[in-house]
Design a protein around this ligand. Structure first.
Ligand code: AMP
Length: 298
């Protein structure tokens, strides 16, 4: 695997079908599942590693965001990636940015409502990665469901030829969705955080039992979080997979997204539900058998 710092070097090394996995580093098995998917489907697998200041709000954790570039490089090399693109700030933003990519509507509610400017930062950096690396396919986690909707819409609206691929959520064996930010959680906070995935699993069960009302499913997701001390719910929302608009009933492909705060840590989770898919079951993702690298390091 080659570690490169410039767009030009990353482009020069790519051949055949190029798959891109954009990340902010501090990698875990969720990121590696994206690398695995790219490895199955592409000739060149490029992982980008860049903590993007544009997508952090002024009171958010940019300075303290966990970083371990050496471990990240080992993990992506072991997963069979060809290129690790780790640009310095001056490569990503060589001049003051006078251009921004802003995706309307689909960024309005949920994360977009609570984190003003966040999705402009995401859309802008992903557009730069697509323009600079020219990937054939790009791999994103369904864990960040509204981000996936936003990136798909950005790529369509700006005519990027890149195919956007969404991959299932990877979870700890106790259900907690993996996130680089889980490293912030102390043992009591982890216990509280588990209530989120309990709600998500309860929603999946309720859908299988035939429940279709958005309000009812949202209450089912929220209940375990609201009952747990030490965790504050931001939202539990049934939303469209195409537009992120909230939905009163499960009559189109949807996801039920939950966001909550535990101490200084914000956590996201969701279940994707597509009743139009024949043989469907709610997609709650996959569980690891062993503690993830994040638990092992804590
Ligand atoms: P990040 O480094 O947090 O920006 O995440 C990089 C990519 O990994 C995004 O597409 C995320 O949605 C994805 N990702 C993060 N956590 C998980 C997870 N637990 N399962 C699957 N994908 C994930």
């Amino acid at each position: 695997m080659e570690i490169v710092r410039t767009f030009a070097d990353a482009r020069a090394l790519g051949s055949g079908r190029v798959g891109l996995v954009p990340t902010m580093g501090y990698l875990h098995e969720g990121h590696i599942s994206l690398v695995d998917a790219a490895r199955r489907e592409c000739d060149t697998v490029t992982v980008s590693l860049f903590v993007n200041p544009l997508q952090f709000g002024p009171t958010e954790d940019l300075a303290s965001y966990p970083r371990d570039p050496d471990r990240d490089a080992e993990m992506v090399a072991a997963a069979g990636a060809d290129i690790l693109f780790a640009p310095p700030l001056a490569e990503m933003y060589p001049t003051e940015m006078l251009t921004a990519v802003s995706v309307a509507d689909v960024t309005e509610g949920m994360e977009g409502g609570l984190r003003p400017g966040h999705f402009d930062g995401v859309a802008t950096v992903v557009a730069k990665l697509f323009a600079g690396l020219v990937p054939d396919r790009a791999y994103f986690g369904r864990k960040d469901a509204q981000q996936l909707v936003t990136v798909r819409r950005m790529a369509t609206d700006l005519s990027f030829p890149t195919v956007i691929v969404g991959e299932p959520i990877v979870r700890e064996s106790d259900g907690l969705a993996l996130s680089s930010r889980n490293i912030y959680l102390d043992p009591a906070e982890r216990t509280a955080a588990r209530s989120i995935s309990r709600g998500i699993m309860a929603v999946a069960g309720a859908v299988l039992e035939g429940k279709r009302s958005g309000a009812e499913l949202e209450l089912i997701a929220a209940a375990p979080v609201n009952e747990e001390p030490g965790i504050d719910l931001d939202y539990a929302t049934l939303a469209s997979q195409d537009t992120s608009a909230s939905m009163a009933n499960l009559d189109r492909p949807a996801f039920l997204a939950v966001a909550a705060r535990v101490g200084r840590t914000r956590l996201l989770d969701n279940v994707h539900i597509d009743l139009t898919d024949t043989g469907w079951t709610p997609d709650v993702g996959v569980r690891l058998d062993e503690p993830s690298i994040l638990y092992r390091e804590a």
